[in-house]
Design a binder for this molecule. Sequence first.
Ligand SMILES: [Fe+2]
Length: 393
Amino acid sequence: MLEFIHLVGLGMALNSRTIMVNILCSPDGAACGAIRDNPENPDYAASGSIRATAYGWSFPSSSLGTSNYKILKRSTSKASSMTILNNPNNLNHLIEDCLYYEYTKAADPVGSGAIPQIPLVEFSSELHEMGSTRIIPLDISDTLACKGPATSPALCANFVRILAWEALSTNFNATSLLFYVMRGSGYTEFEGINIPWKTGDFVVLPMGEETRHFAVADSVFYLVHDEPLLRYLGVKADIQRFKPTLYTSEDSLRELERVRKEAEAVNRNRISVLLANKVMDQTLTVTHTLWAMLGVLPKGAAQLPHRHQSVALDLILDCDPGCYTLVGAKISEKGEIINATRVDWKPYSAFITPPGYWHAHYNQSSSDAHLIPIQDAGLQTYLRSLDIKFVEK
Ligand SMILES: [Fe+2]
């Protein structure tokens, strides 16, 4: 068997960019080929064969436009690699973006203001109550100093309005998409299947091609996806991590009623169900990035504060005046939120609870209220960074 020698080196493409090349040479040095590691890169066209003169391993000419290789070591072992440095003059662009901060100057970019804190923002139901079929992103990307639309660094929440007998397409570069049907009915066409939905249903979709939503009655969704996370990472969603799932109104409300009876039996502070997918058997969440909850806040309820490092994009469903959330960065020794901001609940409106902020829900009305927080807690749980804490009685 003919063994080739594998070298890894830096080459210069015809457009003067430095590229990584894999070089295979025959043992007698008569034939060498240079192969880019990523053929889809536009620079690939600039790479080509190079020739070695002999065992001296100099490369006098090359269609890569490269010269002055310096060989640090070499091996004839099939599995080993050889390091080659190109002309030191060509390293300038490799170091021109490097920075070195003294530790205390960069240890807390949020605290120093280098990256903005996530704000508490409210989004009124008026945004989706009128008008044509459309997507209404709850976009605060300017405040977050990131590309948009984005409601948090990793997530984008939207109101989606579809008039009866009209259709709307979505095509996000997202690993996970969840929508709750605030009102209406219809179906969603996703990769050859039709998913029916109606008021109170949750539909959860993995990455996919263009998705079409058809309404048979005036319909409004609360739709959250994780495209901002992928945009930040600079990646394209490629693999479906779960299959499409439908959490019907009947099933979710039945489960909520079941835990409510349990809560009343054991005097539990929170009455909620977490939507989960069998595939997510480590994070116990609705997708590997998203976390979703359906909760009831009974009349007269006053929750003790809690906090978590996931952001919460909270949707309020039904509520009467007197329902509100207190939010604040710090908590007293008595377990009360210091300098709390009060967010009064309004039906089918949304608000952002920033990560790390203490928050507690109160219902001083004479009717039960319901809420649906959507969080990036699937991701945070997997990273072991959720850091959820509760004030105990
Ligand atoms: Fe929370």
